[in-house]
Design a protein around this ligand. Structure first.
Ligand code: THU
Length: 524
């Protein structure tokens, strides 16, 4: 009875991504920020390997992490909840969801008014309580609807319940949802019913309702459901996916409740995915820039974990991650922050390793599908199979080989590790020379070592390079080395190039040397 428990610590990022500035963020790191507060504690996650995640080593590395750990890059162009969760579930969004700092355009409002027969008030980003004070009375007088937005991709409609009963308001939201597609496909249309008699007494009722955008493609949830398995959504997961692919759901009011439901789910008899979102981190502490609150919430989660892990069976897989950052110490905005996210993959049968930096959150979907034996075509790769583990190991050997580089002239250390089909690994480094031209690159050192020992069946090559002994940027093979690789390897031969950001980029050899000259052109 295979099960995956996927827990999203909403907004718990682990350091700014290289493109953070494009999203208005500088020097952000949610986990680093809260870790400096005395209420932070992370005994369990540190044992799992929190300090082994690139950029978090100041927390203290462990020699033996109990989980497979690393950090995830958001390949999507966004930092919102919806896009983050979609990517976790295997769908990358090349465009951010639209936001409306200057209000919605005329064409949208005209279509909305034509559909509802009502005018529109406000049409600006606004606080949800202030908007009632400033526009509530006019709304009661004219019957026009209060439409407002926020820094998020939302179209919110506030209406007095005695004038517009909630069911009618929901109907208006559905009409708005139908209009807000494509270019104006906002993440959520939100019904905001309220009651009260005047500006001073208006209050929001609990009849809020969200109408989410449908994911543009099938997600992990659809794949698991289609395989006849359970998809149990805890917290706001069902809303984020507009209910698509969800077979059972429960809403929550707090992290504590979310953790309690997740723990209870361990006792349920099901096969499939239990997908939990713990929203307090983001909603109660991140946006409110409350560092002590965030630190204490992390500590509470960390203390809850051992009880959960003890009850897991051998067939259970636990993944803990986040959907974006929301650094509570970043005071330029109260918005989310563009960050890497941590990932822990834990299971009694999962071999721990540090996978460094992965290129997309979608590895999580691929890992879940792999564990459950479900077919799902997505841009990620499974982190529990052999493949990524072997690639990571080979890349680490290439990084180690940099130590032996003989580079008195350039100072650039390069290391290579060549895996042969029989499992042997040959490493190499660059070896420079006072008359420069005899210099041999790391890749060729490794390849020539293999060939000179009778081994020409190559499976994979990893390369790493940089100054001062650190991996920098990408250091791909030079033209001469590519020509030497072409002698022994075909177009699909994988070349891994270690990245200064952690992790590696995987190229097919043909990408590095298209239409190259090879023995195939010779009459041999
Ligand atoms: N180098 C390599 O070892 N491999 C390559 O593919 C690119 C260049 C070395 C040669 C030289 O010692 C140093 O990097 C700077 O060019």
């Amino acid at each position: 009875m295979k099960r995956v428990f996927l827990i999203v610590l909403d907004s718990c990022g682990c350091g700014e991504m290289p493109d953070a500035a494009k999203f208005g963020d500088h020097g952000v790191n949610t986990i680093k920020r809260i870790s400096a507060h005395p209420d932070f504690s992370a005994e369990t996650t540190l044992k799992m390997g929190l300090g082994n995640i690139p950029g978090l080593d100041f927390l203290g590395k462990t020699d033996r992490p109990t989980a497979a750990v690393g950090r995830m890059t958001e390949a999507s162009a966004g930092k919102d909840t919806t896009i983050g969760h979609w990517e976790i579930a295997g769908v990358i969004s090349p465009k951010p969801l639209p936001t409306y700092p200057d209000g919605f355009p005329k064409e949208v409002l005209d279509a909305f008014s034509a559909a509802t027969g009502r005018g529109v008030l406000c049409n600006k980003p606004y606080s949800g309580t202030q908007v009632l004070k400033d526009y509530g009375e006019e709304h009661l007088k004219t019957g026009d609807l209060i439409v407002y937005t926020s820094a998020d991709s939302v179209f919110q409609i506030a209406a007095h319940e005695e004038l517009v009963p909630p069911e009618l308001l929901y109907d208006y939201c559905r009409k708005a949802r139908a209009i807000l597609q494509g270019e104006h496909g906002v993440g959520r249309v939100i019904a905001r019913p309220f009651l009260g008699d005047s500006a001073d007494t208006f209050y929001r009722t609990p009849h809020r309702h969200d109408f989410s955008l449908l994911p543009p493609k099938d997600t992990l949830l659809d794949a698991v459901k289609a395989a006849g398995k359970t998809v149990y959504a805890i917290g706001k997961i069902s809303d984020i996916f507009a209910g698509q692919g969800v077979t059972e759901k429960v809403f929550t009011e707090s992290n504590d409740q979310g953790m309690a439901y997740t723990l209870e789910a361990l006792d349920k008899d099901f096969e499939g995915l239990c997908f939990t979102n713990l929203v307090d981190f983001d909603m109660k502490y991140g946006h409110r820039r409350d560092i002590p609150g965030y630190a204490a919430a992390y500590a509470a989660f960390d203390k809850w974990l051992p009880g959960f892990m003890e009850k897991m069976t051998d067939d259970d897989l636990l993944m803990i991650t986040a959907d974006h950052g929301c650094d509570p110490g970043y005071l330029e905005t109260t918005d989310h922050t563009r960050e890497y996210t941590p990932l822990f993959v834990y299971g009694k049968k999962v071999e721990p390793y540090v996978f460094g930096t992965r290129p997309t959150f979608s590895d999580i979907a691929a890992t879940a599908a792999d564990w459950l034996g479900v077919d799902f075509d997505c841009p990620g790769r499974s982190l529990i199979g052999e493949a990524v583990r072997k690639e990571t190991e080979l890349t680490n050997l290439a990084i180690k080989a940099m130590d032996y580089a003989y580079v008195p002239y350039s100072g650039y250390r390069v290391g290579a590790a060549l895996l042969c089909k029989d499992g042997t690994v040959y490493t190499g480094c660059n070896i420079e020379n006072a008359s420069y031209t005899p210099t041999v690159c790391a890749e060729r050192t490794a390849i020539f070592k293999a060939v000179s020992e009778g081994n020409r069946d190559f499976a994979m090559l990893a390369v790493a390079g940089g100054k001062d002994g650190r991996v920098e940027g990408l250091f791909p093979p030079c033209g001469v080395c590519r020509q030497v690789i072409a002698e022994f390897c075909g177009p699909d031969f994988p070349v891994l190039v270690a990245s200064g950001m952690g992790g590696y980029r995987r190229f097919r050899f043909e990408e590095l040397l298209p239409n190259g000259f090879s023995p195939a052109y010779m009459d041999v």
